[in-house]
Design a protein around this ligand. Structure first.
Ligand code: NAP
Ligand code: MG
Length: 489
């Protein structure tokens, strides 16, 4: 047994996990990153850089270029040129080869990408290693296969590329969101300008290195870093054919207003507040694992997080007790430790937002419960949290918190839970736990959510479409639907 650390488990038997930190010596990180435009890393016009921080220890990892209007213009010009001269004309089978090559290079560098993802964004290495990076590579593999089969995917419809896509992504799945955006766009023959989130630009910049190494023609993928202003400049650029955005509903609305009246197409993947519904006939222990995974996975920084739990009243006390017991065993701490379940909150600003919601919940009269684990003194961390005695009108029930915070309500009948689950501005995802198939089918047709998981949660696959209803946005990513978002007919 190792020495007790902030990461150790304190079971009554006195057992504890020894620290199991992932090695960081194998990764290559530069002190400064430039913009990736037209196949080269170039300095930003104004010479401005911002710092990206490791949220687990508050140390600066690298400085990253801030793109201004001139840089956005250059990137869009490079993308347009590549579209007209090379990529738009290239046979699908040839495009597919490049996309495969990118996927293979991502696999080869998977370990390095996973470590950098955890350092820059705070997510546990177990997740970046086993979920984010393999899924990101799988998206490139999957869409590579479609590049020469678009006419079979959409028979008799003569699919054509749109042109240049401006793509803007959030900080919760940095490399995965880049893959969701770039892979289908390229498979369909579009070129892209991608803007990663300010707090997590590094894996997108590593992807730029991979793209350079793959020999992809210059200008097909351009990656420009910066803040929200850089994103807005990209959205408003007149030579963009499509905006693909994943992020908050507030910014999604700004984008929709900005492109109204233009010919730009758009897909918006926005916020969520999913209902996770447990019936009394559910396999309760599995459901408890699913609830834990649904809300505490990736610190609750998940648009489709199962953040509202509904438990059938007659099993509520038992489920809540089991949840509390399981929460006690969760390890909060160093994202690079392989035993860590809950890593660092992505930024100080996000931690403040979460802490503010904890206060709002208490002020609204809900009962707060947190596990008793220790958390590191340095860095941005939050204990796994439950809110009991909540009601439908509470802000903590209606608003997206984007942290490891679960609200709990009970219900008696199927009709009641459907009404409560749907009574929310969002509609991205939901979960149903029951032994009965007929109950599942009844709910999947009535829940207004893009994805409904049954007896599981947070499962992703490149072949299945993902996207929202209502204020969770429109358009789908993944699968054939994800292709059609980058084509016109
Ligand atoms: P955000 O603040 O909306 O930012 C998303 C991206 O947009 C970032 O790259 C951001 O740049 C940029 N941006 C900010 N203001 C902009 C503007 N006026 N015009 C154009 N771009 C702008 O969201 P976030 O806080 O990063 O991410 C969390 C949100 O994303 C949550 O609401 C979550 O539910 C949602 N999300 C949805 C999905 C889905 O598939 N539906 C998936 C993941 C996340 P900066 O980083 O520099 O601010
Ligand atoms: Mg960072």
């Amino acid at each position: 047994m190792g020495k007790k650390t902030t990461n150790s488990l304190d079971f009554t038997s006195g057992w504890a996990y020894a620290p199991a930190p992932e090695d960081t010596k194998h990764i290559q990180l530069k002190k400064q990153y430039d913009l990736f435009i037209d196949g080269k890393f170039v300095k930003p016009t104004k010479g401005k850089y911002f710092e990206t921080v490791n949220p687990a220890n508050e140390e600066v990892i690298a400085s990253v270029a801030e793109a201004d209007e001139n840089d956005v213009n250059k990137a869009v010009k490079a993308a347009r040129n590549a579209y007209q001269k090379v990529w738009g004309k290239m046979p699908g089978a040839e495009r597919g080869k490049y996309i495969y090559r990118i996927a293979r290079l991502m696999q080869e560098r998977a370990r390095e990408l996973a470590v950098i993802e955890s350092m820059d964004g705070g997510k546990p290495i177990r997740e970046s290693r086993d979920i984010d990076i393999p899924l990101a590579a799988n998206h490139f593999f999957y869409y590579a296969g479609w590049a020469d089969k678009l006419n079979y995917a959409f028979p008799n419809r003569k699919p054509k590329a749109l042109g240049v896509a401006g793509q803007i992504i959030p900080w919760n799945f940095p490399l995965l969101m880049a893959a969701w955006k770039i892979a289908p766009a390229l498979a369909c023959g579009n070129t892209v300008v991608l803007k990663p989130a300010e707090t997590t630009p590094l894996t997108a910049l590593k992807l730029a290195e991979i793209i350079q190494e793959s020999g992809l023609p210059e200008g097909v993928v351009n990656i420009i870093t910066g803040a929200g202003k850089t994103g807005a400049t990209l959205v408003n650029h007149p030579d963009i054919n499509k905006i693909a955005f994943t992020g908050s509903t507030d910014v999604g609305k700004i984008i929709q207003k900005a492109i109204a009246g233009t010919s730009k197409k758009s897909t918006l993947e926005l916020g969520g507040k999913a209902a996770n519904i447990v019936f009394d006939d559910a396999p309760i222990d599995q459901a408890v694992e699913g609830i834990i995974n649904g809300i505490f996975f990736n610190q609750g920084h998940v648009c489709c997080a199962g953040s509202r739990l509904f438990i059938q009243e007659n099993v509520a006390d038992m489920v809540i007790q089991k949840l509390k017991d399981r929460m006690e065993t969760l390890i909060v701490g160093n994202p690079l430790d392989k035993n860590t379940d809950i890593g660092a909150i992505n930024s100080k600003a996000q931690l403040n937002t979460i802490n503010n919601y904890l206060k709002i919940g208490k002020d609204e009269g809900a009962e707060l419960y947190q596990s008793s684990c220790s958390i590191p003194k340095k860095g941005y961390f939050c204990r796994p949290t439950l809110f009991l005695n909540t009601s439908q009108s509470h802000r903590i029930v209606q608003e997206e918190i984007f942290g490891p915070v679960l609200t709990i309500q009970t219900f008696r009948t199927v009709e009641e839970v459907i009404e409560k689950a749907n009574n929310i501005p969002y509609g991205l995802s939901a979960g149903v736990w029951t032994d009965k198939g007929s109950k599942i089918f009844n709910l999947t047709t009535k829940l207004r959510a893009g994805v409904v998981w049954a007896n599981t949660y947070n499962k992703f696959d490149p072949t299945s479409p993902f996207g929202g209803y209502k204020e969770s946005g429109f358009g789908r990513e993944g699968g054939l639907h994800g292709l059609s978002a980058y084509l016109e007919f």
